[in-house]
Structures are given as C-alpha cells and as structure tokens.
Design a protein around this ligand. Structure first.
Ligand code: BMA
Length: 345
C-alpha cells in the first residue's frame, strides 16, 4: 500500500529545513512510470510536464522510441502516483511535414496554465537539423493540441512560459547557447502575443570552476507563484571525468519584475542518489519538467526524469522551501551591456 503524495508529506512537520534536513522526499513507489508496462513499445519514458486538471493529475511524458526520436504521451491518474491511464499511442507526435524543426523529435515539455488565454501552454524542445530549439503549443484538454510553432532559433531549450502577463507582455524563461560563450545560462524574454519574443535578458548565469552548476544551467518546471516570489527550480550540470552530473538548485524572482533575482541557493537541493537516478541511458541525471502545488496542503509534487530512463516523484513542503530560500544569498548584481544581471562565480 502506498500513501498519497499529501499523506506522504503531511506526516512531516512543516518547519523550516535546517541544513541537515532534505527538502525533497522521494516517493516510496519510485520510479512511478517506466517503459515496462507502457501500452506500446518505447525505449524509455522520462522528463514529463505536469498539471492538475479537474480531479486528475495529467502528465505529458517524453517517450523515446527505438529510433532515438522522442514524442509526448499523456498519462492520467487520480492520485498522481498510481493507476496511470496512458494514451495508447503518441498524444503529441512530431509533425516534420508541417513543422520541419521537429524532424528528430519533440522533447521535455513544460506545461503552464495561462490565465488570460484560459489554456495550457506547452513549451517543448523541437530537435531540428540545426539543433534543439523552443516551440510552443496550446491545449485545453490534453486530447487535442494546436501548435504556435517555433519561437526561438537553435540552440535553445529548457523553456517555460509564466502563468500571467507583466503589464501587457507574456514572459518566458529559456536557455540559449552560443558557441562563443563559456557556459550556457538562463535567459528571460517578453512577448505581446506568445509568438514574437524580444527584450531578451540574462537572468541566471552558470557559476564557474568547481561549482555544481559550473557548466550549464537550465530551467526545470515552470515558474511557480508563491507569496515570496516566483519559485524557480533549475538543473545545474557539472562536467566530470565520469560524465555529466545533473543536480537541482532553487532561486526566487520578484513577483512583479521577474528580471530581479531575489535569492539563489548556493547548494544543490536534489541530486542523483538512487539506482534509478544513477544508472540508465544517461547516468547521473535528475531532470524535472513539471510540478504541482496542492494549495490546501502546501505540498509540491515534483515529477522528474531519472537517468533519462524513468519517471519519478519527489515531494516537498512549500513552507520549508520558502524558509530555506530566505536563508539563501541575495545574488550580487552588475551592469553589463545596459542590463542588470546577477553575477555569480
Ligand atoms: C539535457 C536534455 C534532457 C536530458 C538531459 C540529460 O540536455 O536533453 O532531455 O534529460 O540532457 O541527458
């Protein structure tokens, strides 16, 4: 017998985490979804977008076929842990005839309820011949989808749209990569219509040297609105002699002006530890694309890919996370090319 995510978490006292206490707790039933038992043949299932729709948890799961190309498939569950009802075929398959940038698949969806459109907006990676890029699509029900098309040129990925506009502009976090830059950093852009994006600015830089987030960083799940600010979870990649290590950190952005970084954790808060995170098609990876906050219990469910092979669940109490972030440093800022950016090293 397993506990619901809420029961699992509510057994713990809601208190500010001290330095020895882990913020995130793996579910006993992990991994919750694998290729084994998928309704059709796939190599792996991992990195899923997540949302609560009516009484159901809906996951938009990245599935990789045995050509190495990915598509997205919907899985629904009443408790968000078990008894998944999985679409019998790809729910959102690449469409390279009409969207050539999807030639080598669609990957890593982030799902945001955008209030003023009353729609779910999905930011996903299209794997084009020129490299990965950011595409957007919309849905009301996860049965039918309509594409807005590619919105950022390659190389760019790890994108999510904010749930609401700032003034009259939508905002999106993403991770462009340029050949001349050392490291891959997180950027923020704005748009009047979700199609045309501009006012690009650097939001979070990779750190350098020995830091856990020294080589590449990228957004995890979409920004989550909390009383203290927009909660950001991001992955940091450290290149080691044994391969890349993907670990997770937290940041907090100003509610009214998301260009302002209020806090950033120095330490990672979640890292590959269990066999299903340490061993798989890509060893040593935890990669969340979706989370769901239960506003009654204040419990956050984080859905993350383990080692690019399975899907797992961890829970945390929002009050613990907020308390932890309050103790994190306020990033130093500096002016660069007319922009105020956080400065980390
Ligand atoms: C990133 C993305 C993810 C993947 C991770 C680890 O660049 O492509 O989809 O989970 O690498 O391989």
């Amino acid at each position: 017998m397993h506990n619901s995510p809420e029961e699992h978490e509510m057994g713990r006292e809601s208190k500010v985490a001290n330095q020895c206490e882990e913020l995130f707790h793996r579910h006993d039933d992990n991994p919750i979804l694998t290729a084994h038992g998928w309704p059709y043949r796939v190599n792996t299932v991992f990195n899923a977008g997540a949302c609560q729709l009516g009484g159901e948890t809906v996951l938009l799961v990245r599935a990789e076929d045995r050509r190495g190309h990915s598509h997205l498939t919907v899985a629904r569950s009443n408790d968000g842990v078990s008894d998944w009802r999985i679409d019998s075929k790809p729910s959102f398959a690449p469409n390279p005839e009409n969207y050539p940038e999807e030639e080598w698949g669609v990957e890593d969806p982030r799902v945001t309820w955008v209030e003023d459109r009353s729609l779910w907006v999905i930011a996903y990676t299209s794997f084009s011949h020129s490299g990965p890029l950011v595409s957007l699509a919309e849905t009301r029900d996860f049965d039918t989808f309509s594409r807005l098309g590619p919105v950022m040129p390659p190389e760019d990925k790890d994108a999510a749209v904010f749930p609401r506009r700032f003034g009259n502009r939508y905002a999106m976090i993403h991770r462009p990569v340029s050949a001349s830059s050392s490291g891959a950093h997180i950027w923020l852009s704005f748009s009047p219509d979700l199609i045309h994006w501009g006012e690009h600015q650097l939001l979070l830089r990779t750190r350098r040297g020995a830091w856990w987030d020294a080589n590449r960083i990228g957004l995890g799940p979409p920004p989550l609105e909390t009383p203290e600010g927009w909660l950001i979870m991001y992955h940091g990649v450290r290149t080691t002699a044994g391969g890349c290590l993907y670990r997770l950190g937290l940041a907090l952005l100003d509610l009214d002006d998301p260009r302002r970084v209020l806090r950033r954790s120095d330490e990672w808060v979640f890292a590959p530890e269990t066999p299903y995170e340490r061993q798989g098609d890509v060893n040593g990876v935890v990669f969340p694309c979706g989370w769901i906050l239960d506003k009654h219990t204040n419990v956050i469910r984080v859905y993350y890919g383990g080692a690019d092979t399975c899907l797992a669940l961890a829970t945390a109490n929002l009050a613990d996370i907020s308390g932890y972030l309050c103790m994190c440093p306020v990033p130093k800022t500096r002016k660069r090319a007319g922009m105020t950016v956080s400065s980390e090293d």
